[in-house]
Design a protein around this ligand. Structure first.
Ligand code: MG
Length: 495
């Protein structure tokens, strides 16, 4: 079919430019000289403009229209769906608006960094106010039924609505708050840990972890960066980064987290290579794959039954006299704190709930940006019992708002819930997976994930994929049951 061939050609063109943008972003965060920032910003603007113009071109609209009513394969229908969706988002927003928003959020990120360093919310406020105003404008361009916030949620998680997130948090929050109070009241005091880890040994161990879980270094690489991330630069180029603090075990969990994202993308079927289907389907599904390896598998006893001797060998001074049980207690400690990215598995979603409530208020106009620091403290005290937060460690801690990414945070919770639900399905199909993990046989787990999730790329919409893999809609039940078993019944996870 001529139109389908044309569509695939367009998809490959647009994908190639997006991949070059990813390469530029990777370069900026990994090796770019500092003075090159302005050059890079203009290169981004030019290439982003090019992607925008290719997407809004009437010619592409014509091809999509021809294909709309045609009888197509599942994958071709998905390609039409994904490109139509991306094109619609661009067509609805005027080019000047897109450029102005990009310029504003690029400036705001620099200001946010300074404001955070100086603990100075007032410095960031005028930018945040503009970003909120433009985001409200953006919801009008994009369109919504009743709730403006829906338009932004859908940008990050296709089909997700505010009412869905409201429902999930209504199920989660009371349970999490009670659990947190009980666990912190009865938590044994852990000995103060003052481990120090050699940087090169950290890099080598992170690499070993990635290889162990099945990350293919012929189709990727690991480099240091200020914030760990994973990115796709081509079908055979799925990179991860990590960071190495001398006194933190973060390198282990970041390797597993970013490795989980990268395994997903390395597992996408080759027939979708370098098209719009050659990506994880949504942020939430992506995050389910990273959290699965980071937390459910990577903080579990079976995983460390296999790997702890390796860790002891890599860091004998730190671990040769530490029992596995103590190591597991340390990496699973529940302690509410002010910082989201350091949160344990019980607190984590409450950090997201707070941001979700504030974002909804900002977008509906019920909350003004200037009131955020006070509201932030109030909610942290109510939900997590945290007091005395600075703005730097409070309302200024995340980059997302400077980025203009309202509607992004809830996808982290979707990811946590979906991870537990997928895990339950995986264990149903592989009743002996605990034993497999304990002997380092990760191949079978990965094959299950690849055949159910990875290989499909962006073919199935997130909700549809969850239904297909687990037989149900996304539910908070599996995540809550996972937490109950792990922390209340004290059965090490994965058992
Ligand atoms: Mg992630």
């Amino acid at each position: 079919m001529a139109a389908l061939t044309e569509l695939k050609k367009k998809s490959t063109e647009i994908t190639a430019i997006s991949q070059v943008l990813s390469l530029m972003q990777w370069d900026q965060e990994v090796i770019m000289p500092g003075r090159a920032a302005a050059d890079r910003a203009s290169q981004f603007a030019v290439l982003s403009g090019l992607v925008h113009r290719l997407l809004v071109a009437p010619e592409l609209g014509d091809i999509l229209r021809v294909l709309q009513g045609k009888k197509l394969s599942v994958a071709s229908r998905a390609l039409v769906r994904v490109i139509t969706r991306e094109r619609d988002q661009h067509v609805k927003q005027p080019e000047e608006f897109v450029c102005e928003f990009a310029r504003l959020t690029s400036q705001a990120q620099t200001i946010w960094q300074r404001a955070r360093q100086r603990d100075d919310f007032a410095l960031f406020l005028p930018y945040l106010e503009k970003i909120v105003t433009m985001s409200r404008q953006r919801t009008e361009y994009l369109g919504y039924e009743t709730e403006p916030y829906d338009a932004l949620l859908d940008l990050h998680e296709e089909g997700l609505r505010t009412v869905d997130v409201d429902r999930l948090f209504a199920e989660l929050a009371p349970h999490l708050i009670t659990m947190l109070q009980n666990l912190t009241a009865h938590a044994p005091l852990l000995p103060a840990v003052t481990w120090t880890f050699d940087r090169n040994a950290q890099i080598a161990f992170a690499e070993k972890l990635l290889a162990t879980i099945g990350y293919d270094f012929h189709r990727g690489r690991q480099d240091p960066s200020a914030h760990p991330f994973s990115t796709s630069i081509g079908h055979d180029d799925r990179r991860v980064t990590n960071r190495y603090h001398p006194n933190s075990l973060e390198f282990i969990f970041s390797a597993l987290h970013e490795g989980g994202h990268a395994l997903y993308e390395q597992g996408i079927a080759r027939r979708f290579a370098n098209t719009h289907l050659d990506n994880g389907v949504s942020l939430g599904i992506h995050e389910s794959q990273s959290r699965l390896w980071e937390n459910i598998i990577g903080r579990g006893k079976p995983f460390w039954e296999y790997l702890y001797p390796e860790l002891q060998e890599a860091f004998p001074a730190q671990f040769s006299n530490t029992a596995l049980a103590d190591f597991l207690t340390t990496i699973n400690a529940v302690r509410p704190g002010p910082i989201r990215v350091e949160a344990d598995e019980v607190s984590y979603n409450l950090h997201i709930l707070i941001r979700f409530e504030l974002e909804k208020g900002l977008l509906s106009g019920a909350i003004q940006a200037r009131d955020l620091p006070a509201l932030w403290r109030e909610k942290y005290e109510n939900y997590l019992g945290i007091t005395g937060q600075t703005d730097a460690d409070g309302v200024l801690q995340d980059i997302h708002w400077a980025h203009g990414s309202f509607g992004y945070f809830p996808t982290y919770t979707i990811g946590n819930l979906a991870a537990a639900q997928f895990w339950s399905a995986l264990r149903r199909d592989n009743p002996d997976c605990r034993q497999a993990l304990a002997v380092g046989d990760f191949g079978r787990l990965r094959q299950w994930l690849a055949s159910r999730i990875y290989q499909h790329g962006a073919v199935y919409q997130p909700a549809e994929l969850i239904r297909q893999v687990t037989g149900e809609e996304l539910s908070s039940r599996y995540f809550l049951r996972y937490l109950d078993r792990k922390y209340i019944d004290a059965v090490p996870c994965s058992s």
